[in-house]
Design a protein around this ligand. Structure first.
Ligand code: GDP
Ligand code: PGA
Ligand code: MN
Ligand code: MN
Length: 614
């Protein structure tokens, strides 16, 4: 390996810079001078390039090639055990003023933060290649394509970004032609190599920084190789930075799946649903309806950019290009559509287990548990081992184009009209299977007070109930009070006749006996059918203090064995005592906003209090 001097690096960057985009050329040059990589490489996004990088990752021990017959062109990667999830404690919104980050975000003065990061990035790519990845979030033929450029020293990131976003030369050329603005997204694993020093399969740094500069619309991510921390088009750009752009421009960047449903009468409805990480978005987005005559098509599984259309309707677009799904629980019985997409290959698996025939496995993938596996940490595993074989936050990364049920509108830059919005979380108690909001504002209240038990998708304790407004707690790029005010302002910009109906859902409620109160997965189509019939004014409901819930027999249970209208009543029960406790917790949550909380939500809370007789 040749070690370049700083000067040679600069020459290389200039010499090879295949761009006429001055700001980009300057930024690449500046980053190369700071991080001092061995070489600078411009990613073209081609298949040949991808194969070459994958081969290098195999040679370096990062990728384990899988059995080509089972999973063509697919690889497994195993992370450092300390780098397995998003790190919310290490995620910062460095707005100029602290109040613009708000109480839900970590904040530091931007100049102070830049000084720290400049120090950490200084020489951080030594001994490595610096990859420049031009990308666009959403279709390249959008009216205003949302460009970004990620600079990274990780080939794993390049290969994964190629699945998750539209990348490469075509994007770069259009960006140049338009002299377009791009979000500069800088990433380093923070593990420089000294001359002669051998690399490790998963380089990273114990110190991690996931930092956003909202006014500058820039991202600096240091120390982690994990998806949500390192694939910067996803959470960092399409949610945190985009939410700020959306606030400024009057639209919404949301943590939502998008699903198209067609009724037996041939009427299409598009449903957007916000659930926190690892609470069922990817599964609902790839739903197989268990009721006759209903058709489901996928539009998106994690991010939804919503704008007001020409007729005042709310329209949604999925800015991503792939699925980055939770592996455990994704199986042939629960989610065959995801399994079929994965089985087509071209996928990267991270922290799953390996089967003896060179395939992958995770908890819930098949009903039958293999007798022997190599677990995600490389140890022998048998069903008697008493520990999961795959990490609970292990992931599959697969092109969305491989989803057979992908809706053709996925490719449309104008997106689709949204007819219903669901807010959901993972709650063992209190929250009914489904409740329809009393009004649009009441629906925003449902979103603003959304709560969920924490999951393995973020580092930290699992199973702790926390408020997660619109499932955006870790992703709001600005003040949470301003965020709720922004939601509150949308109705005034929209056609009131075309506003979607809003529903609260909870697939994870337990019965007093401890089991799930609802079968979930494909059977969630029954809940969606009820919601659509509410839009059509057809289904029955009971009014409760928190909203309208289905009557026992208004949910279609055809073909569902051992589940009766009485069980529906258990699943949708609104228990006054539980709700009084919930109310206290909502009051506490709202108090933390101080004056920033919209009056409309204070009124909603007062209304709920009154209806509960509290
Ligand atoms: P996402 O991270 O929000 O996209 O959530 P996923 O769809 O990947 O699901 C996360 C976890 O929740 C997986 O282990 C799923 O098996 C599980 N899950 C998803 N939908 C349901 C459901 O309807 N019922 C139950 N009980 N579990 C579900
Ligand atoms: P998820 O996406 O919502 O599918 O879990 C990743 C994440 O939120 O970290
Ligand atoms: Mn997510
Ligand atoms: Mn998901």
């Amino acid at each position: 390996m040749s070690v370049s001097s700083d000067q040679q690096v600069l020459v290389a960057a200039q010499g090879t810079a295949p761009t006429t985009h001055t700001q980009l050329a300057l930024w690449v040059q500046e980053v190369a001078a700071l991080t001092q990589p061995d070489s600078v490489y411009w990613v073209d996004g081609s298949r040949e390039e991808n194969d070459r990088l994958a081969a290098e990752l195999v040679a370096g021990g990062t990728f384990t090639p899988l059995n080509q017959e089972l999973f063509p062109h697919s690889f497994a990667a195993f992370s450092d055990p300390k780098d397995v999830a998003r790190v919310e404690e290490r995620t910062f919104i460095c707005s100029k003023e602290e109040k613009d980050a708000g109480f839900t975000n970590n904040w530091m003065d931007p100049a102070e933060m830049k000084a720290i990061l400049t120090d950490r990035f200084s020489g951080s790519m030594r001994g490595r290649t610096m990859y420049v990845i031009p990308f666009v979030m959403g279709p390249l033929d959008a009216e205003e394509p949302q460009y970004g450029v990620e600079i990274t020293d990780s080939a794993y990131v390049v290969v994964s970004m190629r699945i998750m976003a539209r990348i490469g030369t075509e994007v770069l050329r259009k960006m140049e032609a338009e002299h377009a603005f791009f979000v500069p997204a800088l990433h380093s694993v923070g593990a420089p190599l000294e001359p002669g020093q051998a690399d490790v399969p998963w380089p990273c740094n114990d110190e991690k920084w996931i930092v956003h500069f909202p006014e500058e619309r820039s991202i600096w991510s240091y120390g982690s190789g994990y998806g949500g921390n390192a694939l910067l088009g996803k959470k960092c750009y399409a949610l945190r930075i985009a939410s700020v752009i959306a606030r400024d421009e009057g639209w919404l960047a949301e943590h939502m799946l998008l699903l198209k449903l067609t009724s037996p009468e041939g009427k299409a409805y598009n449903v957007a649903a916000a659930f926190p990480s690892a609470c069922g978005k990817t599964n609902l987005a790839l739903l197989t309806p268990t009721i006759e005559g209903w058709k489901a098509e996928t539009l998106g599984d994690d991010i939804n950019w919503m704008r007001i259309g020409k007729e005042g309707e709310l329209r949604g677009v999925n800015p991503e290009y792939g699925l980055f799904g939770v592996a455990p629980g994704t199986g042939w019985s629960t989610n065959p559509n995801a399994m079929r997409a994965i089985a087509k290959g071209n996928s990267v698996f991270t922290n799953v287990a390996l089967t003896d025939d060179g395939g992958v496995w995770w908890e819930g993938m098949t009903d039958e548990v293999p007798a022997h596996l190599t677990d995600w940490q490389g140890n022998d595993w048998t069903p008697e081992s008493g520990r999961p074989a795959a990490h609970p936050n292990s992931r599959f990364c697969t092109p969305i184009s491989q989803v057979d049920m992908l809706a053709p509108e996925y490719y449309s830059p104008d997106g689709v009209e949204i007819h219903a919005i669901l807010f959901g979380g993972r709650r063992k108690t209190t929250i009914p299977l489904v409740a329809e909001a009393r009004s649009w504002t009441n629906g925003i209240f449902m979103g603003a007070t959304l709560s969920s038990e924490t999951t393995a998708a973020a580092a930290g304790a699992v199973g702790v109930v926390r408020r997660d407004p619109m499932a955006m707690l870790p992703f709001m790029g600005y003040n949470a009070g301003d965020y709720l005010n922004h939601w509150d302002s949308i109705a005034a910009k929209a056609n009131p006749e075309r506003l979607p109906k809003i529903f609260l859902v909870n697939w994870f409620r337990r019965t007093p006996e401890g089991g799930f109160a609802w079968p979930g997965f494909g059977d969630n189509s029954r809940v969606l059918k009820w919601a659509i019939e509410r839009i059509e004014g057809k289904a029955d409901a009971v009014e409760t203090p928190i909203g309208f819930v289905p009557t026992g027999d208004s949910i279609d249970l055809t073909g569902l064995e051992d589940f009766t209208p009485a069980d529906v009543e258990v699943a949708v029960r609104v228990d006054r005592e539980e709700w009084k406790a919930e109310l206290a917790s909502i009051e506490e949550w709202f108090a933390s906003f101080g004056e920033a909380l919209p009056q409309s939500l204070k009124d909603e809370l007062a209304g709920l209090e009154e209806r509960l007789g509290a």
